[in-house]
Design a protein around this ligand. Structure first.
Ligand code: GUN
Length: 280
């Protein structure tokens, strides 16, 4: 029987920890979310983050810029937020409109306020084992794997993504202390099928419904589904339903990585806050 990783339960316990820390230590963290344009999914995600922040006791400010915003206007706003003492964490919701270079926008966030852990300073420091704001998605993946209570030591993971060279190295870094080795691949890479079939843990972020099916995986594998696609108005992941009764564990989509990522973002608000207040 394939067991489901309950993202909502994991998220709940992370939110409780964040809320308790804020209450007991009487902290006053502030999170700013910057949205450019009218991408419907982005507005939904930011609303979820706002609701979660307020529930956990985090001050939340939303900045909505029009679709026609220029690079310079966005960067001016980010610089203003970098300079505000009452804002400890900044996120720029992606994707951004075409005229804006997302890499430049992320580079303009002060790394100590980069709550997503997207800034190259944070990614590089994290990979080097130095103090950093750790990437949210990486931490969420680790929380999901640990929630299975399976013996992870000695297992081999593969990250399947469209640009795995950007996303996988922090995952490999985070899994190393758990004695999990990590490989990564695009779907068009040599020996992709053989490498996928050999993996004990598959982390997939393609945005292609059904990209991972029963015939492609090892029996008893653990599947972390990060893909989200909208089909007939419904959100679905990258993993085909036919893995049920063949995989040991799978994370559902929705109800898997999404809520854990939002909760982990709140945990990172506290990381940013503590770094600024204590100059860690
Ligand atoms: N767009 C899709 N996922 C994310 C995320 O985790 N952070 C930000 N800032 N934008 C996103």
């Amino acid at each position: 029987m394939t067991q489901y990783i309950n993202g909502r339960e994991i998220a709940k316990s992370i939110h409780e920890e964040v809320k308790d820390e804020i209450e007991h230590k009487r902290l006053d963290p502030g999170l700013a979310a910057v949205l450019v344009g009218d991408d419907e999914a982005s507005h939904i995600y930011v609303r979820l983050k706002e609701r979660a922040a307020k529930r956990d006791g985090i001050r939340f400010e939303r900045f909505h810029l029009p679709d026609t915003t220029h690079q310079g206007e966005l960067i001016s706003l980010i610089e203003e937020l970098n300079n505000r003492k009452d804002i400890h964490a900044i996120l720029v919701q992606l994707p951004l409109p075409k005229q804006i270079d997302a890499d430049e926008a992320i580079l303009s966030i002060d790394p100590i306020k980069d709550v997503d852990g997207f800034h190259p300073v944070n990614v590089d420091r994290f990979i080097a084992g130095q103090s950093a704001v750790p990437p949210v998605l990486t931490q969420a993946i680790v929380s999901m794997l640990e929630s299975t209570k399976e013996k992870l030591a000695g297992k081999h993971a593969i990250v399947i993504a469209n640009s795995p060279a950007l996303f996988a190295p922090p995952v490999a870094t985070a899994l190393e202390p758990l004695q999990v080795t990590t490989d990564w691949s695009r779907v068009d890479a040599p020996e992709y099928k053989e490498r996928l079939k050999a993996a004990d843990i598959i982390i997939v972020a393609l945005g292609q419904p059904g990209a991972i099916s029963k015939d492609m995986i090892k029996e008893g594998a653990i599947l972390i589904d990060i893909g989200t696609s909208k089909v007939d108005g419904k959100v679905i992941g990258d993993v085909s339903p036919d893995v049920d009764n063949y995989a040991a564990w799978r994370s559902p989509s929705p109800g898997g990585i999404g809520p854990v990522t939002v909760a982990t973002l709140m945990k990172n608000v506290l990381t940013c806050y503590n770094k600024q207040e204590n100059r860690l």
